[in-house]
Design a protein around this ligand. Structure first.
Ligand SMILES: Nc1ncnc2c1ncn2[C@@H]1O[C@H](COP(=O)(O)OP(=O)(O)OP(=O)(O)O)[C@@H](O)[C@H]1O
Length: 609
């Protein structure tokens, strides 16, 4: 039950501290001035500690024990007055502390927000709780913990330095007695830091595993009883509880080591000093120096050690855990550097595939898609047409993984759709373009932050963004969404998708506000990209550019080239006639007067929008 756990691999054990230290170094380097100013103020604490013991020693040796009480009182007064500059130091230290603490909090909040934004693209539902906690609670814990640690550590360093300098001034041999237990205790304490952090993590993990199991068992009680799995469930719970007990005992053992370290550090030096006093006095130590040394050990060193160790074992642990949370999972890399998370299974695997997909907006609603099967091959250009309300946008959303089918399956690159893969697989552009306040460059690189000037120039050339760029002045000029026309907004959104160039681009009437020439230019540019293109078309010219056209009539669909559909689909003929009377011959119906495909008559033509 209490068998020692095997040692953890170094990589895991050192992970948190290494990661946090890696980020801490540049942070501190950039604030060397602040750290030096803090140290400057803290020197007053050094002086206070030094005079505290030295004054007492001199008061005894040169004053009271030498029959000069006035001198003794004077030295005591010097020791007491030294407290005043130390109070001044506290004021100065708190002033500088803000320069070291607030930037940490700001940096953490910035990191949490940018990670949340990046995460929201990859996991729309998954990042909110953690991000919120990081922006509010965790960044405040880190700020308070960091402030406490800086204060305590600084005080410890200057107090110990003051005490050691005082002991040296009184009698260097005192250090022979005082330093060994101090160093031993500190080393013992430091040795407990990493194992204790690991045990703390084990304990938390075991606790979470037990809670998760208990919660699941409670929710599945009926199934467990029905399947006769009660014994197994109890055995699993027992194993998890045992694991938790093991972790708690291990943690307690290390806490015991820490108490010993504290005792060695804080209590042993005065004890050893008292034990060694006869020898020291015999060898020339004055009584005043002995009392002065005891003053250092009991009034300065012991409290400083106690404060530091308490701080490190409580706030320090928490600070490390919280900072590790900010550093453990780096934000998803820029699209450029990101390996495609859904690599194609085979060269010919469809980018997107719908297998007998049914979709309805509610349990009682009529399905918008009904057992629709469709494949979009790599590099293919597919147009989707149909009357208003026939389900084109719904289909676009389903292909893009934004809506989940009620029945059937959607696959990307031969694999089931995973929200985490969304940003690396597709871009879906709706009719209403999303443009945010910032620069044009920010807007265009939004989906691929690593895009360079050459990528942007190629896109501007391909899509015809030059007039907009000239109007704005430069890529870095501020862009106010309200001052853009609907068409310009669509161009910016199209540019963003073009720069990202994922394997699948779905344009849901994303060019509806462009004039026909601009639309043609944009669609041809997208079609020339290596990825697949699905366009919800609102012009015949747009549909005719595609390799295939999917005609939607509610749940009924048919698919083919424009020429095929003109022959086989009455609805397509109607749409063609309605869209471009001059471009496509409008067919008035089957010669024999039979009802047309999908049960629609040719007249009147269905409304498009
Ligand atoms: N969020 C929704 N909740 C309920 N019903 C919806 C929702 N969105 C669309 N619908 C319905 O689903 C059907 C298909 O809508 P969809 O927007 O996909 O059609 P569409 O062909 O894109 O239309 P349009 O060309 O007018 O944009 C319509 O009957 C519509 O009313």
């Amino acid at each position: 039950m209490t068998e020692p756990r095997p040692a953890e691999p170094d990589s895991r054990r050192d992970g948190s501290l290494t990661r946090v230290a890696r980020d801490a170094r540049p942070f501190l380097r950039a604030r060397t001035g602040t750290v030096l100013r803090l140290a400057g103020w803290s020197l007053l604490e050094f002086v206070q500690t030094f005079l505290g013991g030295y004054g007492v020693a001199r008061a005894l040796d040169h004053g009271f024990l030498a029959g000069r009480p006035l001198t003794g009182l004077l030295w005591l007064a010097v020791a007491a007055v030294a407290v005043l500059p130390a109070q001044l130091a506290t004021r100065g230290v708190f002033g500088r502390l803000a320069d070291l603490v607030e930037p940490l909090r700001d940096g953490l909040v910035r990191r949490a927000v940018s990670r949340a934004l990046a995460g929201a693209l990859a996991h729309p539902a998954g990042t909110t709780a953690r991000s919120l906690s990081q922006v509010t609670h965790q960044s405040e814990i880190a700020r308070d913990g960091w402030a406490g640690l800086v204060l305590t550590l600084r005080s410890f360093v200057f107090t110990v330095a003051g005490a050691v300098a005082g002991l040296l001034a009184l009698e260097p041999r005192l250090l022979l007695i005082v330093l060994p237990p101090l160093i031993l205790g500190a080393a013992l304490f430091l040795a407990t830091l990493l194992p204790m952090a690991a045990r703390q993590r084990d304990y938390l993990t075991a606790d979470e595993a037990y809670a998760a199991h208990a919660g699941k068992a409670a929710a599945d009680l009926r199934d467990i009883a029905a399947a006769g799995a009660a014994d197994r469930t109890v055995a699993e719970s027992r194993a998890l509880a045992d694991e938790q007990v093991r972790a708690a005992r291990s943690l307690a053992r290390w806490s015991g080591v820490r108490v010993v370290a504290l005792a060695v550090c804080g209590r042993f030096p005065p004890l050893l000093l008292l034990l060694g006093a006869p020898w020291l006095l015999r060898n020339g130590l004055t009584p005043g120096a002995l009392v002065g040394a005891l003053t250092y050990l009991t009034q300065a060193l012991a409290p400083a050690v106690q404060a530091l160790m308490t701080m490190l074992s409580t706030v320090g642990g928490r600070l490390l855990v919280v900072l590790d949370r900010f550093t453990d999972a780096p934000p998803p890399p820029a699209a450029d550097d990101r390996p495609p998370s859904v690599p194609p299974v085979r060269g010919s695997a469809p980018v997107a595939e719908l297998r007998a997909v049914t979709f309805a907006y509610g349990p009682a609603a009529h399905p918008v898609l009904d057992r629709l099967s469709l494949t979009v091959a790599p590099g293919e250009h597919l147009a989707v047409v149909g009357p208003s309300g026939s389900g084109k946008s719904t289909l676009a959303a389903v292909i893009a993984g934004v809506e989940r089918p009620t029945a059937g399956a959607v696959r990307w690159h031969g694999r089931p759709v995973r929200p985490a893969d969304a940003t690396s697989v597709r871009v879906l552009l709706p009719q209403h373009a999303y443009v945010f306040t910032g620069s044009l460059r920010d807007n265009l690189r939004y989906l691929r932050p690593a895009a360079g000037d050459r990528d942007l120039a190629a896109m501007i050339d391909a899509l015809g963004l030059d007039p907009l760029l000239s109007r704005l002045g430069s890529l870095d000029a501020p862009l106010e969404p309200d001052r853009l026309s609907q068409g310009e907004r669509q161009l910016v959104a199209l540019g963003r998708a073009y720069v990202a160039a994922p394997p699948l681009i779905v344009l849901d009437e994303a060019t509806s506000r462009l004039d026909p020439a601009a639309e043609t230019r944009a669609e041809l540019a997208f079609a020339a990209l290596p990825g697949a293109l699905v366009v919800v078309a609102h012009r015949l010219s747009s549909a005719r550019r595609a390799d295939r056209i999917l005609v939607m009539d509610g749940p009924r669909t048919c698919c083919g080239t424009s020429a095929e559909l003109l022959r086989t689909s009455a609805l397509y003929r109607d749409l063609a006639g309605l869209w471009e009377p001059d471009e496509e011959p409008r067919t008035s119906g089957e010669p024999d007067g039979r009802p047309r495909e999908n049960g629609l008559k040719s007249s009147p033509p269905p409304s498009l929008f």
